[in-house]
Write a protein that binds this ligand. Structure first.
Ligand code: NDP
Length: 507
């Protein structure tokens, strides 16, 4: 069985404990690889390696950094199919999504920041009358920590690592222990690309052991974290008194607001997607759907019909729409929220159950590569003909709940949405803004003035008008309220990983 090892100082190394955790295939519920069970000793080694690499990497020219990162891009593109299969098996997502979104986005992240680093300019201020000039230096902050979740594993991991490395920082990173596979494959590609030792270090293991050791380490100057709000609180509690820079991308409970004058067909198709893509395990999925009353009955009937027709299946089947839930623990959490919705008086319009095991698309045997192999990526594990007795949940639509009940206030992060009618703009704004979260919102209307009014008043970091998940990497990304602090994306991320210094020269 494959051992997922740490990547420290340019090499794949065993954890100090010598212990390994089980890595599950969520479609079968079976262990298919082992993960280094690291602790603060491994984090310490990784920080030492990153500290040693920092002087050379931070003074490497932007063009040289660009060239190395673009070598990595070429290798990810070469291995796109293997990485997509690995992501699908490890996370449970449909392979079609991994092929079209997750891995291409990892490529885009590295491309964007590799080139952005060559096009940054610093300001200067001509202090006329004082015979002086001020200029701003933006210097890499040093060793930084990047911690990412399990829902979009390589996509979100690289969204942090790419700007950090491009800015001249060295990195100690931790993927979620639920989905470590593509981060491990990436570490092998980094070796192949010739990324200098210590520039990127990946420490696998549990959040409370590895993640917390990264956050608490005195030599880690900044933390970029994506994950749940509760974990974000804990990280802020430890890092804030140490005056670390913090970027926190946290949970969401996003409203999807549908006015009767919308482009109906486009809205309907997109709303199915925005509700159930990646089994609803995208922080930007709309989980509370508000529909203007004149459209409510038509929407309800068409939406339920389309959701019922979604194909729940083997993630490796190219026709699958809804795959497996990433872990047993998360499966249990989602099922408990479906029970809660019923207890709160909700009516399940479709779904609501653990799904029957879908047919296997015929797996791929894992070629049991040895733990020290540093060649190109290997195919992912799935014993051919396996029974898919893992964690599948039917896409679920619920109605009849008030906006302020727990089901409509707490993040479920699964294939579960509620639908609710509304009559006026002010009413729906009250509903939409009633939650502690403020990550994203979607508004469907052909009335541009109304769209603008809504966008200005919605309490969220991102508003989509007549679309969803349309991303331009240059735009700022992040949430308000309990959805986070700081912005990622574009030049914001490069700024986060640099410290501004003003230099004043008297002429
Ligand atoms: P968690 O907060 O549980 O975990 C996120 C990462 O933090 C994991 O790598 C985890 O490790 C690690 N971690 C756990 N405890 C600690 C700790 N005490 N100190 C440091 N690191 C720790 O989130 P999930 O993985 O469950 O991801 C789902 C959440 O992420 C949802 O709330 C979702 O909304 C949010 N999210 C937000 C996004 C945004 O952009 N705002 C985007 C995507 C997801 P391990 O898993 O190995 O224990």
């Amino acid at each position: 069985m494959l051992n997922i090892e740490n990547y420290i100082g340019g090499e794949l190394v065993r954890p100090a404990s010598g212990e390994y955790l089980d890595n599950f295939d969520p479609s079968t519920g079976e262990v298919y690889s082992l993960i280094a069970d690291s602790d603060d000793r491994d984090v310490h080694l990784a920080v030492e390696a990153a500290t040693a690499a920092f002087p050379a990497w931070s003074s490497t020219s932007a063009e040289a950094r660009h060239d190395i990162l673009m070598r990595l891009v070429a290798l990810i593109e070469r291995d796109l199919e293997t990485l997509a299969l690995a992501e699908s098996v490890d996370q449970g997502k449909p392979v079609s999504l991994a092929r079209a979104v997750d891995i291409p986005r990892a490529v885009a992240n590295f491309k964007f920041y590799a080139t952005a680093a060559m096009h940054t300019a610093n300001e200067s201020h001509d202090s006329i009358g004082q015979n002086a000039i001020n200029y701003t230096l933006r210097q890499p902050v040093g060793v930084v920590g990047c911690i990412s979740p399990w829902n979009l594993p390589l996509y979100l991991f690289t969204w942090k690592i790419a700007p950090a490395i491009a800015a001249g920082c060295t990195v100690v990173a931790k993927p979620s222990e639920v989905t470590p596979m593509t981060a491990y494959l990436l570490s092998r590609l980094c070796i192949e690309a010739g990324l200098p030792a210590g520039v990127l270090n990946i420490v696998h293991g549990l959040g409370p052991k590895v993640g917390s050791a990264i956050v608490a380490h005195k030599d880690v100057k900044a933390i970029s974290f994506t994950g749940g709000t509760k974990t974000g609180e804990e990280i802020a509690r430890v890092a804030a008194p140490m005056f670390k820079k913090l970027s926190l991308e946290l949970g969401g409970k996003n409203p999807n607001i549908i006015f009767a004058d919308c482009n109906y067909e486009e809205m309907l198709a997109t709303t199915v997607r925005s509700s159930f893509s990646n089994q609803g395990e995208i922080c930007l999925c709309g989980s509370r759907i508000f529909v203007e009353r004149p459209l409510y009955d038509r929407f309800k009937s068409d939406f339920v019909a389309q959701v019922s027709a979604l194909k729940i299946g083997d993630p490796l089947d190219p026709d699958t729409d809804v795959g497996a839930i990433a872990s047993q623990q998360h499966f249990d959490k989602i099922m408990s929220y479906i029970d809660l919705a019923k207890a709160e008086g909700g009516t399940i319009l479709t779904g609501g159950h653990k799904s029957e095991p879908p047919a296997s698309a015929g797996g791929r045997e894992h070629s049991a590569s040895d733990a020290d192999s540093q060649g190109s990526a290997e195919p992912p594990a799935r014993a051919g003909g396996s029974d898919l007795n893992g964690w599948f949940i039917e896409p679920t639509v619920i109605e009849g709940l008030p906006h302020d009940c727990r089901t409509n206030q707490e993040e479920i992060f699964g294939p579960v949405v509620t639908i609710m009618p509304f009559d006026t703009e002010n009413e729906v704004l009250t509903y939409a803004n009633s939650v502690r979260y403020g990550l994203s919102a979607t508004v469907w209307t052909e009335n541009l003035s109304r769209a603008h009014r809504m966008a200005a008043k919605l309490e969220s970091g991102i508003v989509w008008i007549n679309c969803w998940l349309l991303r331009d990497l240059r735009t700022p990304f992040g949430g308000v309220k309990d959805s986070g602090v700081g912005r990622e994306g574009g030049f914001e991320a490069l700024r986060f990983f640099t410290e501004e210094k003003n230099v004043c020269v008297k002429l």
